[in-house]
Write a protein that binds this ligand. Structure first.
Ligand SMILES: [Zn+2]
Length: 150
């Protein structure tokens, strides 16, 4: 017996995103570029936030008697966040090294066509014309009342 995939809102969001990435990046090359860019953008953000938090932390230390309002994070909170983001950055760095290997791989035109073909089967375009026509037939909506008159 096969188990039904989970339909909670998080999973549904994941399925939608998953299918969109297949639909919008249907070739091997596009998937390489997409994943490379996503890892790099994640790293860029993490590095920038780390820098900002470190700056904030040194400011907290140089202004010990400054009144801390609730908009600001305590130095403990900052230190904890820094630890976590630094860990993530280390993982991202490892993923990047693997991604570089994947990025070096080239496939033939024939294989790229296979990728495109399979992607259409896996994630058909919800706005595909055939589908829209089919839906219209199902629902029998008179979309073009003007045409009926002629
Ligand atoms: Zn779920």
């Amino acid at each position: 017996m096969t188990q039904e995939p989970c339909q909670c809102s998080d999973c549904q969001k994941f399925y939608r995103q998953h299918d969109r990435f297949i639909r919008e990046f249907p070739t091997f090359k596009q998937q390489q570029e997409l994943n490379w860019a996503s890892i790099q953008s994640f790293r860029t953000l993490c590095i920038k936030v780390t820098e900002e938090l470190q700056k904030q932390l040194s400011e907290v230390h140089s202004n010990e008697n400054l009144v801390v309002d609730d908009k600001h994070m305590s130095d403990i909170e900052i230190t904890e966040a820094l630890d976590e983001i630094e860990n993530v950055n280390a993982y991202l760095h490892s993923i990047e090294a693997l991604m570089e290997r994947i990025f070096d791989t080239r496939v033939s035109k024939e294989v790229e066509l296979k990728f495109k073909e399979i992607s259409k089967e896996l994630a058909p375009d919800p706005l595909n014309l055939d589908r829209l026509i089919l839906n219209r037939l199902f629902h029998q909506t008179p979309d073009f009342p003007d045409k009926k008159k002629s």
